[in-house]
Each structure stands twice: as structure tokens, then as C-alpha cells.
Design a binder for this molecule. Structure first.
Ligand code: C5P
Length: 219
């Protein structure tokens, strides 16, 4: 499943995985974990990104997923649970920056392909249908207007007790869209054989039913 930032891919991917008894893998969380590692080490600031240091230390970054007590997958960076820390705007921005580096992408794609080797996986990201699993049985491409995505992301952050500015969230969404679609390495694009889901006007339950029907038709 591929698509723009904050268009609800993970909600549908998780729901689909649960219904099918598959494992959900959040590939964006892996780029976020790399970004967190880089931010903590001072290799990413507002002004600069130390590409050399990030690439040199890639082999020191071990990303794993483990389910919590409710069965929800959480992200671990070198055995530390970073699930909460990787969800900030700062880390989201850092992820979109480190994900432009070819060496970072190569290593993440390698790890993602390994995770899917035995199949039974629903993975979401930007290059899953085009690069990671070009032979996936089912490919979904999700789209939604930037304003609606920003509003959903804003509401989610407020519900977590944060107090962002809507304008900042919208600017972040647009900035990441631009970077994701124009980067040289694996830019976000729809795979030729992907099915498009524009969820600007559709609720979660309806999307899930639609996706399950599609899955049953295809497989
Ligand atoms: O999906 P999420 O918003 O968590 O991803 C964070 C960032 O990681 C995205 O903005 C995108 O730049 C990058 N990403 C990527 N390829 C993926 C998944 C995420 O480049 N497969």
C-alpha cells in the first residue's frame, strides 16, 4: 500500500492485516527511526543534514517491530521502544529528509524485503508496490486532499494532548508531498497495476470493506 503522508494508509493497512491474519509492517516507521537516530546524534538540524555520518552509521541502526499487550506493533530502535518518539513533526520531517538518501533506502528496502519473505504481510509506505514488492498480489495507492490530511493529522495530535498549529501541520504535509514526489531515489508514484483509493470523502469502515472486497476479488 502506497500513498501520500497522513492519508490514513496505516489505519486501512492495520485493519486489513487484522482481518486477514497478516502481519502489518509500517515502513515509514523505519525511516522515522533512522531520522530519530540521526537527530539524537546531531546529524540532522534545521540547517543541515550530515549525510556522510548517517550513511557511515547505518549498520549501527537495528529496527525491529514487536506487538504490545494489545497486539499493536511498536517500533524498536536498537531494542529501545521509540514508538511514541518517532511520531513527532520533527521526526516526520527528518524521515522525509533521510529517505532521500540512496544508501538509506537501499538498506531499508533490504530489511523490508526480508520481513516479507514468507509473505502474509501488509506493508505501507511510498515505494512498496514499485520497489520493495513489485510482484505483490495486491497493490493499493491511496490519495486524499492535503487540507483533509492536515486536518486529520491535526485532530490526531490534539487528541494526544499536543497543541500544534493547523497551518504548521498543513505546511508539513505539503512539504513532505513535494519531497516524496520529486526526490531522485524511488519517488512516490503509483504502480501501474495499483488500484487507486481516494479517501477524501469516505469513512474508515467503508474503505476497509472496499479493500477486503478487492482483496477477495484479486486473490
Ligand atoms: O509513512 P510515514 O509518514 O510514517 O513516513 C515518514 C517518511 O518516510 C515519509 O514522509 C517518506 O518521506 C518516508 N518514506 C519513504 N518510503 C517509505 C515509507 C516512508 O520514503 N516506504
Amino acid at each position: 500500500m502506497d500513498g501520500y503522508s497522513s492519508c490514513g494508509k496505516s489505519t486501512i493497512a492495520k485493519g486489513l492485516a487484522k482481518k486477514l491474519g497478516y502481519t502489518y509492517i509500517d515502513s515509514g516507521a523505519m525511516y522515522r527511526a533512522v531520522a530519530l537516530f540521526a537527530i539524537r546524534n546531531g546529524w540532522i538540524t534545521d540547517q543541515m543534514m550530515d549525510e556522510k555520518a548517517i550513511i557511515e552509521h547505518l549498520s549501527n541502526i537495528k529496527i525491529t517491530f514487536k506487538p504490545n499487550l494489545s497486539g499493536v506493533q511498536e517500533t524498536f530502535l536498537n531494542d529501545e521502544n521509540v514508538e511514541k518518539e518517532i511520531r513527532t513533526l520533527e521526526v516526520a520531517n527528518g524521515a522525509s529528509r533521510v529517505s532521500t538518501l540512496a544508501a538509506v533506502r537501499k538498506e531499508m528496502v533490504r530489511q523490508q524485503q526480508e520481513m516479507g519473505i514468507n509473505k502474509g504481510v501488509v506493508m505501507d509506505g511510498r515505494d512498496i508496490g514499485t520497489v520493495v514488492f513489485p510482484n505483490a498480489e495486491m497493490k493499493l495507492f491511496m490519495t486524499c486532499s492535503p487540507e483533509i490530511r492536515a486536518k486529520r493529522r491535526y485532530d490526531e495530535m490534539v487528541s494526544k494532548g499536543e497543541s500544534p498549529l493547523y497551518e504548521d501541520v498543513l505546511a508539513n504535509v505539503k512539504e513532505r508531498d513535494l519531497r516524496d514526489t520529486t526526490r531522485e531515489e524511488s519517488p512516490l508514484r503509483q504502480a501501474e497495476d495499483a488500484i487507486v483509493l481516494d479517501n477524501s470523502e469516505i469513512g474508515i469502515d467503508e474503505q476497509l470493506i472496499w479493500a477486503l472486497n478487492m482483496f477477495n476479488k484479486i486473490t
